[in-house]
Design a protein around this ligand. Structure first.
Ligand code: ZN
Length: 432
């Protein structure tokens, strides 16, 4: 084992029985906090006749119902917070399947833990204080940009917060600042590779050595392509905005699944259709319970991500369970610039606007530097002459409302009734 490969060896290599004990103590505290401070959980417990004292083992958690994305949305904006707003020091959000996104709060302690998890993640990837780290995740209401930013600072490496944007400039910064590490979505890494080629830059002459990629499902083919075109080692990272953002799990040098930070999260895998717990090794939906969150504790939160678990010892020395790479989701979300978009969100907006029909299609254009999302929507076959005169207004109204709900710039195109076939895919991707 090379020295310096662990950020927190006492926790990362803790014997599994001790992990279980730590989890139980933290679970009891979390359930207590949720029961006392979050009306949603208190009502649920009361309906079930369940009290926090009923948690005597980790298995007892399975007597509680699952928490769904829609439950978070129902509490918009602050209904799921377990602390008063004066104790919240940062607010982020995550997209919902319909309607408004959910709002996630952090206390100062929550941020300390999150930053620590990201530093753990960076260290496992071989990043040290000598590195120059360029973050191209978005800095904004979503969690990934800030999460990696502060984790990098905590590690002592230099962080360049370029965020999304102008790809040629991104490449110039990489060259001029001698960036050694890049962090963002995998397909944007490919976009960077293509831009370098267009600019006549040989990636081999840059200082890049490591890339951490997440925010969307990707596979080994994409990994090989990124590694061969950018001459870097590409690692998979996993985070979930609702449970605290990045750093939830990460690959070690063995690349045999992603180690989950089990001191911070209790993970289960369930059958997405029945909700029944599945055995180790079986693929199902990941369900997370936060173990250390003050502002936003979640019990049995459904991630919508499909994976399986492995608790066998890993040769890296870490004892935390590994999840297989997420390559599919249970919901039909698409990811645009690292932001989850659910068709239900779009449908909800379209249904509210007079003059629009039911058929629509999302067209994701990945040929430009920054991905563009177009929403093609049919006019209602019963449009009134007045509506026909107001087409531009309807288009603008649709665009504005979609942008508000999706937190993403989109372009709306109204099309003739009948021009989008009933059985057309809701999503069309235009690739290079
Ligand atoms: Zn390992």
């Amino acid at each position: 084992m090379a020295p310096g490969t662990f950020w927190n060896p006492d926790i990362e290599c803790m014997p599994r029985t001790e992990i279980g004990q730590l989890q139980l103590e933290r679970l009891q505290a979390t359930v207590n906090r949720a029961y006392r401070n979050v009306a949603f959980y208190r009502q649920r417990f009361e309906q079930l006749g369940f009290t926090p004292e009923d948690i005597q083992s980790l298995q007892d958690l399975q007597r509680l119902p699952l928490t769904e994305k829609d439950d978070l949305r129902a509490g918009y904006p602050y209904g799921m917070f377990a602390v008063p707003l004066r104790e919240v020091v940062r607010i982020h959000m995550s997209s919902g399947t319909t309607g408004h996104p959910s709002v996630v709060g952090y206390t100062a302690n929550d941020l300390v833990h999150q930053t620590d998890l990201v530093a753990r993640n960076l260290t496992a990837a071989g990043i040290t204080k000598e590195d120059v780290v360029q973050v191209f995740f978005g800095y904004g209401l979503f969690t990934a940009g800030f999460g990696y930013h502060y984790g990098t600072e905590a590690l002592g490496a230099s962080v360049i917060p370029v965020s999304h944007g102008d790809t040629p400039r991104q490449v110039e910064v990489m060259r001029d600042f001698r960036t050694t590490v890049i962090i963002g979505t995998p397909h944007y890494a490919l976009r960077i590779a293509a831009t370098m080629e267009q600019m006549g830059l040989d990636p081999n002459e840059l200082s890049l050595r490591i890339g951490l990629f997440g925010g969307e499902a990707w596979d080994e083919t994409v990994r090989q392509e990124i590694e061969s075109r950018l001459f870097i080692t590409a690692s998979d990272v996993y985070g979930l905005a609702e449970i605290g953002g990045p750093g939830v799990s990460f690959e070690c040098e063995q690349r045999a699944g992603l180690h989950i930070a089990e001191d911070q999260f209790l993970v289960e895998v369930i059958d997405p259709d029945t909700g029944e717990p599945l055995d180790l090794g079986q693929e199902g939906e990941l369900v997370f319970t936060t173990l250390n969150k003050e502002a936003f504790p979640l019990l049995r939160y459904r991630s919508g991500d499909l994976s399986s678990l492995d608790t066998e010892p890993c040769t890296c020395g870490r004892t935390h369970a590994r999840m297989s790479r997420v390559s599919r989701h249970t919901d039909n979300r698409i990811v645009v610039r690292g932001i989850n978009i659910f068709p239900g969100q779009v449908e909800g907006v379209l249904a509210e606007i007079d003059g629009l029909g039911k058929e629509y299609q999302l067209v994701l254009d990945r040929t430009t530097a920054l991905e563009r999302l177009e929403v093609h929507v049919e006019l209602s076959p019963d449009s009134t002459p007045d509506q026909m005169r107001r087409l531009v207004e309807i288009e603008e109204e649709t665009q504005q409302k979609l942008q508000e709900i999706l937190s993403l710039a989109v372009e709306v195109k109204l099309v003739e009734p009948g021009s989008i076939p009933h059985d057309a895919d809701r999503l069309r991707i235009v690739d290079k």
